[in-house]
Design a protein around this ligand. Sequence first.
Ligand code: 5AD
Ligand code: SF4
Length: 437
Amino acid sequence: MTATYHVKTFGCQMNVYDSERIGELLETEGYAAAGIDSADVVVLNTCHIREKAAEKVYSDIGRLRARPAVPRIVIAGCVAQAEGAEIIHRAPAVDVVVGPNAYHRLPALLRAGGKAMVDTDMPAVSKFEALPPRRAISGASAFLTVQEGCDKFCTFCVVPYTRGGEVSRPSVALIAEAAALIAAGAVELTLLGQNVNAYRDGDVTLAGLIRAIAALPGLARLRYLTSHPRDMGDDLIAVHRDVAQLMPYLHLPVQSGSDRLLRAMNRAHTRDSYLRTLDKLRIARPDVALSGDFIVGFPGETDADFAATVSIVREVGYAAAYSFKYSPRPGTPAAGMADHVPGPVKDARLAELQATIAGSALAFNRASVGKRCDILLDRAGRRQGQLIGKSPWLQSVFVVSPGASIGDMITVDLIDAQPNSLEGAPVPLTDPIRAAA
Ligand code: 5AD
Ligand code: SF4
């Protein structure tokens, strides 16, 4: 009988990409995909960014251990890197712990068949060279990891410790992988990196890489994330003006609107320098949609600091944003700082910030009503016949369009707006405006 596997993903898009590659690797080894309740091997691809994310892993291990036929349990990703053998001490049901830079060796670890194997090396030799070529993708949108790791050391963040320093993949290999993904059916690519805009391979910056990938035939849409304000160079801003396939959307985390806190966070930008970067971007691409990440309740955050964060949300007019309560991470400088903010204060600030963000997103979506755009259909809606696709500005657009299916790009008129979605009406091919165009 064929052995089966299941990969469950926690955390960011980079883990989604790694999970796809782990799946491809196991299929090359002869494993077939199965559900989490029946698979022989279950890989939990974990996230360590906040305590809650890290703790979820242990409740999942508990559930797997309670299965009538206990699977072989593999812990991959950032918890694996950060906790290593500790995981097996705490959860002896775990068979293999494999870090984010070592998962190409997972088949060998599984073949060895033993218990309690840990591989969390951060080898200089890239895992990417050891992975099998890309196979068919699901849907029409694919991720492509171009850069990993972080040298920025924001004082709250574990990433520089778990993922190591910034490493960029060779541009030649990336252009080949992009071409393989397009040949497998991708019409949209999202270039990923913890600091994607720090990408550099010799003379090739992210701007150069985007220009090269956009020139591949068959690619309709290109996106990238996550960027650091410090690395938002003029050459990258210029591609937002020049490259038609680059979608008008930028995820540029600011974390706080208060310069005092930005300093304490070691962010290497100020409120003003961040806003000036956005001004330049809007000159290059006036319709650009912006999103960001925010932390509330960083140690020492006062009411005035928090008010500055709320005000920057209003000032920027984000199309979307993610906000988190500060979560102390072991080994990071902020965890040892004085004046931790009490839980109820964090809760209240998070609620206020999220309401402000929702207002900003609704205003952005309302301003889109009346526009005509293409959407790339990526999933089914809840109502009969309803599909959901992404606009160029990464909004979710609901549409009923008989004959269309997931993976199609269709043209819609945006006719109604909610905080998290829009409604679209399909534009028939015989539409007079289109016919005239
Ligand atoms: N606590 C809360 N949020 C955090 N982030 C990173 N580290 C922490 C932490 N210790 C947030 C930041 C980052 C996003 C991916 O997660 O906003 O941009
Ligand atoms: Fe973490 Fe800051 Fe690096 Fe982003 S830039 S991964 S928040 S240390």
